[in-house]
Design a protein around this ligand. Sequence first.
Ligand code: ADP
Ligand code: MG
Length: 554
Amino acid sequence: MFVMGILFSLISTLLNIVLPLIIRNAIDMRKLIENKMGIQVLLTIGSLLIASTLITAMGNFLVSREGDRLIADVRTKVQTHLMHLPTSFFDNNLSGQLASRVINDASILKNFVSVTIPANISSMFMVIGTLFVLVTLDLKMTILICFCFPLVFLIMVPIGKIIERYSIKSQTELSNLTETTTESLRNIRPVKLNHAEKGVLARFYRYIQNLYHISVKFDEVFSITNPIQTLVSYSIILTLILYGGARVTNGTMTLGTLVSFLIYFFQLTNPINSLAVFYSDYKQAIGATQKINEIMSIPTEDDNGLVISGRQEQNPLILKNVYFAYGQHEVLRNVSLRFEQQKKIAIVGPSGAGKTTIINILTRLYPIDKGELLLGKTPAYKYKLSSWRKLFSIVTQENSILSGSIKDNLLFGLDTKPNNTEINHALNVANLSSDISLMPRGISTIVGEQGVKLSGGQRQRLQIARTYLKQTPVIILDEATSSLDSDSEKNILTSLERLSKDRTVISIAHRLSTIVHSDLIYFVDDHRILACGTHKELLAKLPEYKRFVNEQKL
Ligand code: ADP
Ligand code: MG
């Protein structure tokens, strides 16, 4: 379709090259007009003009539509790629700026493909074709025109350079602006409660100002371009008329040829202008693609390997002599843990010890640096990542509630659609039924961005219900009940325990009451596992654990 669109514009270019010739003949063969053949000539010119208009329109449409398709493709590819990049990538990149790649940079590409490329292809054709015709018409006039046109380049090339420089700056500022806007709006509560509106707006104003100044630069350039172009055109036309007029007077050139030269000149200005800025348009598109390419060149998480079978799910999960660092920041040093299936296992230790990190590694959000992660005897990397992550459902410390309804959140990421009984069951387990029955729209209640319309405890219980519905072999509760009072925590844990008899539960908890009955407790401190055992065993052998327990009792 793109090629066809370009073919159409080539045909219309060809028509535009032929038309002045026909006009020239019409002027020079005055006899034809006197013989009333003029109507025929007018009809030919008219129908050629109409044909050229229609064909140009068709060509424009086809090419633009391919541009639209391209931008849709690019955006889809970038977003899909982004979603499969390793977790660490997102630790070091701002989401608003990434969004700007998907939205703003992609649109520059569209412009390049659907405007710049076709315009320049037909421009080249136009310039070459016209020059060919002009040489056959009158060599001297052609040489004159050829001397005049570099003037256009003299003006347009420096302008192109300015456009190139500022358009890259403009993309950067635009992405900063996107980031500031989305971040401040998403975090409107912390902004208000930290009285940070002024600071946030100051940053916003700065980016807006930068963007404004860049736009003014563009305005300066573009406001000068047109008048100067007109000036240059007038000068060239006057030269052509002066020289050509003299030639017509002394009979070495026909009036028709002079007129056709003038028409050709008009037709050439736009193509020549667009050729003159092609290089800077190209650089601008390259600037945008570079940023997109940087993202696209980062390898995505590898999702090849075996699918975990129901029988393999019953094997223990093992971390063996594992080392792990976030970049340079070492967090785990030679840790070994074993999670037997269908057991209740707890990880305890002071804040910042690395408990969540153990979960991050276990779920393969981050790859380990050294050591082994195994399911039974098989290394984790042998299994498909997506299959591996389906072993787990997790309630985290972080808010993982999305905008939409309570039901949307319950079904988030579920492959199967649970029936109402199952949903009610999950809500009961999570101790959420009575809360929902008080809401005007029940389970269809819209919870707002990140669940702002729910209480902290409700958000956690909603996550627990979601986790329960997932029916995965392993349930991970990372401080999952920290926002709950101890009564409702106890309720939830008892019902969870009762209902997840045949499932593994890994819980990280501050509160002692939630872990004392675990089959196995790991105590993490100072980047290491200090000891493991049951509550009683640890009390007996690990003074750090004893201190931890005593502090809790206090
Ligand atoms: P815990 O869950 O035991 O409170 P974490 O495992 O969350 O502790 O964190 C352990 C250490 O790792 C902390 O010092 C923390 O600053 C660091 N950390 C956690 N997440 C990241 C990350 N994404 N990038 C860099 N450092 C991190
Ligand atoms: Mg943690």
